[in-house]
Design a protein. Structure first.
Lengths: 365, 310
């Protein structure tokens, strides 16, 4: 271990028979960080979490938690606790016994234990629920009990396996905020697994986007959204317009690209390594495109197209604009700050504009 | 109902037909539906169970006189059963033997059910079928098979003698309480495995992982999660074995010898060689009542456990 990371996943592989679920994954997670593993189902995120918990062991590679190698440590001895997707509330115990379940080993006097449970019930905003049965609880309450049951043991790391997946939208948003607050209060490292990109962006300090057992990109929510490193990450998180192009000139970090539909663009290559003549892609988020009836003035690029379709969503509208030489229309998302543009006459000429900083250069494919 | 408006509005050529009174009754009343579904069984139970039972009750109040019955109603038989120690002794022994057989069966079968529920991932059904294999032959044949295994010159004795562990055959193997217990435990194994398998199978595997995650090693996890959650299966398995084995007479008759005789043998003798049907009837009723009392205790226990679990 070289870094001062709190959790260090070093070159971990995991095979189930011939199927490789995890392919050479290395991740460092800092102390007190809210870290998310994001990906669609089957991408290996849950397997990775279960390896942290000790329910699966890596086929090769090593996992360190707080500097200790974990491969020889059985799950019940690890300094981690988990919130299960199904919550796994023990049905034969009441809320109090559920929360106090893991305290048995510490051999505390009953009064002390009750006090700790009451504190936890206070923390999860369910005071007075101690004597309820597991089947008398709603989904959100069960979720909180599962959290309390894990947190009462003061783990070094809390693992959360899609804990909000079973809740309805409103409750989920409320729980997201509470979860974030809770993490700040207790200061424990959270490793959170989700397939919901919005949830990951809302909650996390950093996110690892996974696909087919590999980490595609690891960055802060803004980094992932604003500077995706590949087309897959860009299209997995939010929507993105892609334009094929060829590099026509490199000057320091500034690159000139001839992009289909948009013409010649000048943009910052950032970390993407390109040479003249390379096939690249230029990407831009729908909300970074301006839309107007007349030719926009000022800095940045602009192009004229044809408004093909519009969808009014209340707070914002989605427009689809056809550009010459492109098969797919370009998606534009516009905030309806003033009254929305009256629903378009089809096939109306319209202007698109953008800032050069909003363009993202993606290498290859 | 809205069928009038519907038929009025319907453009279809088919007129909407009103159901006849029986169909309407079935449609409306859940109780009627229940009784309709029960009726074949209900009729059978009335004819084949309730009627013989009533005959048994009435007969137990008669007295045997030679080859005939004195039909004056009297509780003489019950008094005799209470006064003569042989009846009480046999009843106690029956409860004792089948109690031990029940415990042995449940304890031996629990690990098997546990294994299939948690560690077999493919062909679970096949495993269960194999476990019920003893049931594929008749009860009588199975008892005879045990006679061969446990006999004076049987499989166990000759094997032990061949390898030189014993000089003379072990006599306690056959014609003893132990022989009865071993045979009953084997014969009723499937009745224990199936209910326990069902309740173990139902346990959510993530509960076990959660218990591990919260610091329980395998033993504590079993005692705190698996066992309490499978208790309903254990109780119903016990009930399923205890009730029929208490009154069993085939196994004790063939393998029990004088030490292993049970109340069922005595009842059978009352109806057979002794030819005292009223006494046999009285003993049957007593046995039934005792089992019923034990059953009620069991069911109360089951309910208590179920309430704690759900």
């Amino acid at each position: 271990m070289t870094s001062d990371a709190f959790i260090s996943i070093r070159n971990v592989d995991k095979f189930f028979g011939k199927f490789q679920a995890i392919d050479d994954v290395s991740i460092d997670i800092g102390h007190g960080e809210f870290f998310s593993l994001l990906g669609s189902s089957g991408c290996g995120k849950t397997t990775l979490l279960r390896m942290l918990a000790g329910f699966e062991s890596p086929s090769s590679g090593e996992i360190y938690i707080d500097g200790q190698p974990m491969s020889e440590v059985p799950p019940h001895m690890r300094p981690v606790n988990m919130v299960f997707q199904s919550y796994a509330i023990f049905p034969h115990l009441d809320v109090r016994d559920n929360i106090a379940y893991g305290l048995r080993k510490q051999k505390l006097p009953k009064a002390k234990r009750d006090e700790m449970v009451d504190e936890m019930l206070e923390l999860i905003k369910l005071p007075g629920y101690g004597d309820r049965k597991a089947n008398e609880l709603s989904g959100g309450q069960r979720q909180r009990i599962a959290l309390a049951r894990a947190l009462i043991l003061r783990p070094k790391v809390l693992l959360l396996d899609e804990p909000l997946g079973a809740l309805d939208k409103q409750l989920r948003e409320q729980m997201q905020l509470e979860l974030r607050d809770l993490q700040r209060t207790v200061g424990i490292t959270f490793v959170f697994v989700t397939h919901d990109q919005e949830e990951a962006l809302t909650l996390s300090d950093r996110i690892a986007v996974m696909s087919e057992g590999r980490v595609l990109q690891m960055d802060s929510p803004t980094g992932l959204y604003e500077r995706p490193s590949s087309r897959r990450v860009a299209s997995f998180i939010g929507t993105m317009n892609f334009f094929d192009g060829t590099v026509s000139g490199v000057n320091g970090t500034s690159v000139e690209v001839a992009a289909e539909g948009l013409g010649t663009l000048r943009l910052d290559r950032r970390e993407t390594a390109v040479a003249e003549g390379d096939k690249v892609q230029v990407a831009i988020r729908p909300e970074k495109l301006g839309i107007s009836d007349s030719r926009p003035e000022g800095e940045g690029g602009r192009i004229e197209g044809t408004l093909e379709n519009s969808a009014y969503l209340g707070e914002r509208s989605h427009h689809y604009v056809r550009l010459d030489g492109l098969e797919k229309p370009v998606a534009v998302s516009a905030q309806n700050k003033e009254n929305a543009i009256a629903t378009a006459d089809r096939a109306r000429p319209i202007w698109l504009s953008w800032n050069e900083e909003s363009l993202v250069l993606l290498a290859g494919d | 109902m809205s069928d009038q408006t519907l038929s009025g509005a319907s453009s279809s050529d088919m007129p909407i037909r009103r159901a006849n009174w029986f169909a309407r009754l079935i449609y409306r009343s859940e109780a009627a539906r229940g009784f309709a579904l029960l009726s074949p069984t209900l009729v059978f139970m009335l004819v084949a169970l309730l009627v013989p039972f009533m005959i048994l009750v009435v007969m137990s109040l008669w007295t045997a006189v030679g080859f005939d019955f004195d039909t004056t109603l009297t509780t003489n038989n019950y008094q005799q059963a209470a006064e003569r120690p042989i009846y009480g002794a046999l009843l106690t022994r029956s409860l004792w033997i089948s109690g031990i057989a029940t415990v042995v069966t449940v304890v031996v079968c629990y690990p098997m059910a546990y294994y299939v529920a948690f560690h077999v991932h493919r062909n679970k059904m096949l495993w269960l079928v194999f476990m019920t294999l003893p049931f594929w032959t008749s009860y009588l044949l199975r008892v005879f098979a045990w006679k061969v295994v446990l006999g004076y010159e049987g499989v166990i004795n000759s094997a032990l003698m061949t390898i030189g562990l014993i000089e003379t055959p072990l006599e306690f193997l056959l014609y003893s309480k132990e022989a009865v217990i071993i045979t009953l435990a084997h014969a009723w194994a499937a009745f224990a495995i199936l209910p326990m398998y069902v309740s173990l199978e139902k346990i959510d595997k993530s509960l076990l992982e959660a218990a591990t995650d919260l610091g329980d090693g395998p033993v504590m996890r079993f005692l705190r999660i698996t066992l309490p959650l499978s208790l309903p299966g254990v109780i119903s398995a016990s009930l399923l074995i205890f009730i029929p084995t208490t009154g069993d007479y085939i196994t004790p008759a063939l393998l029990g010898g004088p030490d292993g005789a049970m109340i069922g043998n005595l009842i059978q003798k009352q109806f057979g060689p002794i030819n005292n049907w009223p006494m046999g009837a009285a003993l049957s009723i007593i046995l039934m009542l005792v089992i019923a009392v034990i059953c009620v205790v069991f069911i109360l226990l089951t309910n208590f456990v179920r309430r704690r679990i759900s």
